[in-house]
Design a binder for this molecule. Sequence first.
Ligand code: COA
Length: 206
Amino acid sequence: MNAPAPWKRPDPLPGPVVTERTVVRWWEPSDAEGLHVAVAEDREALLPWLPWAAKEHASVDESAQIINRFTRDRNFPESLDFVMGIFEREGGEVIGGTGIHRIIPEDLTGEIGYWVRGSRQRQGYCTEAVAALITAGFDAWGFRRIKICCSNLNKGSVGVLENLGLRFEGEEREARWLPGVGWDNHRTYAVLADEWDREAERVRGS
Ligand SMILES: CC(C)(COP(=O)(O)OP(=O)(O)OC[C@H]1O[C@@H](n2cnc3c(N)ncnc32)[C@H](O)[C@@H]1OP(=O)(O)O)[C@@H](O)C(=O)NCCC(=O)NCCS
């Protein structure tokens, strides 16, 4: 069997992903205050799963610097890391963050990560936005496989993955140290392009 052509970043990069209630798009400099508030108003809601949430975004200025870094990383031609925000479609408030990370071009694989601010959790926003981002990941970004990893103890994240029907592929035991948790078991879920139902926005038959 011939090796597939490796993944190449689309040029131009795909545009925003729009769902019924959300828009997933690049962070802009003008989002700095919204990003700072979304994280700082309830850090506990993001912990212990995202250790950066304990300290980062301490000020609007720091959030502006972080957005600059996201932009710089994205514009680097060899970038394998694309950070995005999740915004309310009506009104534009920051709902959370997501992105496509740890791309392996030879394997046409990308990994999606996500968070939703405390005041917007458990309202279906993550499921809605990530479902649409997976569709874009296959159809606009050109991946063949998308994976999402989370702790076995992270009920919110496991809930999202069960909603989307992603396949549980296994668990690496004590794979990382999480402050407040200890040695954490790290799960991998994934979906292949040909098993993703674009209409239903979930894994076919799940
Ligand atoms: C994980 C996270 C992004 C989920 O976002 P969300 O918008 O609240 O998720 P959804 O509302 O789409 O919920 C998905 C499912 O999980 C369930 N769920 C969400 N949070 C839950 C919790 N804390 N405990 C139990 N179930 C939960 C929901 O009830 C829902 O199931 P349902 O559709 O059957 O009702 C959010 O909880 C978060 O930001 N957590 C902290 C950061 C984090 O863990 N990021 C992921 C790292 S892998």
